[in-house]
Ligand binder design. Structure first.
Ligand code: NAP
Length: 279
């Protein structure tokens, strides 16, 4: 068996073509393009790179991005003030607060200061709650991107046993709820889970989202499974040992080129939707 390659680069490119037209018509009706405000606190190099990639992606589809850079000494109150001013700024449609923020800042309070209408990265508790209840809202960008990738390849989740490894607020937890909402049976694993290899042995769908290079071994994964690797590490590998799997699973995300491009693409898509809802 040769696995279907879940090609995030390709799906993201196709969507960008459609988004270019939607951005054009928003610009015509509004007089200005959809605008994403990116907030970077401090000077973490990886965060800077991620923000730059998101700004470049905005530019590719004709969106505006406004870069807000705050010093590493910023307080929770100062950051919240900035977010409140963006919430009431009519020319800003979406707000991205780059994670992580410096330690003295209460990140959760600041995420939750973002208005639901502008939460295009899907980080607020309110958004998570609405999504979990199956209501229309923006979803956390990485898991929503994964769901869009599965849908693009017509992979139906109903009845599957899905094992999600990781339970972070931006990835594992919302991922589990999105998959549950598609009628899969979901097992959520984390650092205290016992017998991870045995649990994965019974999975039809595995999502690796734990942040440890190739921690999930190919030998744990059953033949014919759908394999999603959300991890990305500096040496170019993910959280799953993917190499031996390509000729014995049903579908697989490459690293890089699987989940990563879908995350940024989902941020763009949700920003365009936010701007359309303002028309
Ligand atoms: P995180 O906040 O560090 O969360 C890691 C999760 O994995 C936690 O829930 C942790 O459990 C669990 N975990 C850690 N070690 C484990 C182990 N040995 N066995 C089982 N579970 C374990 O990480 P994150 O932000 O969710 O990111 C996860 C991965 O996705 C990283 O590789 C990151 O680079 C990648 N990522 C990719 C994108 C993208 O766009 N491609 C976006 C975001 C993240 P506890 O809760 O018990 O601590």
């Amino acid at each position: 068996m040769s696995a279907i390659l879940l090609d995030g680069t390709l799906v993201a490119k196709q969507t960008e073509q459609q988004l270019i037209n939607r951005v054009k018509s928003i610009r015509l009706k509004n007089g200005y393009p959809p605008t994403l405000a990116t907030i970077l606190v401090g000077s973490d190099l990886a965060s800077k790179t991620y923000v730059r990639m998101k700004q470049n992606a905005c530019r590719r589809i004709g969106m505006e991005s406004v870069a807000i850079e705050l010093p590493a000494t910023t307080t929770t109150e100062e950051l919240k003030e900035k977010i409140f001013s963006l919430n009431s700024n009519k020319s800003c449609h979406g707000i991205l607060l780059q994670h992580p923020v410096p330690r003295q800042i209460n990140e959760r309070l600041c995420f939750d200061a973002i208005s639901l209408q502008k939460d295009v990265d899907g980080v607020t508790c309110l958004g998570f709650g609405k999504m979990s209840m199956g209501q229309r809202t923006f979803g956390s960008a990485t898991p929503r991107g994964i769901m869009r990738l599965l849908a693009a390849y017509d992979i139906k989740l109903a009845g599957m046993h899905a094992v999600v490894v990781g339970r972070s607020p931006i990835l594992g937890k919302p991922m589990s709820m999105m998959i549950l909402n598609e009628d899969a049976t979901v097992t959520v694993c984390h650092s205290k889970t016992k017998n991870l290899p045995e649990i994965i042995q019974s999975a039809d769908l595995i999502v690796g989202a734990l942040g440890r290079p190739e921690y999930i071994k190919a030998s744990w994964i059953p033949d014919g499974a759908v394999v999603i690797d959300a991890g990305f590490h500096p040496n170019g590998c993910g959280d799953i040992e993917l190499g031996p799997l390509y000729d014995r699973v049903a579908a697989i995300t490459p690293v890089p080129g699987g989940v990563g491009p879908m995350t940024i693409n989902t941020l763009l898509l949700q920003s365009v939707i936010a701007a359309e809802q303002k028309l």
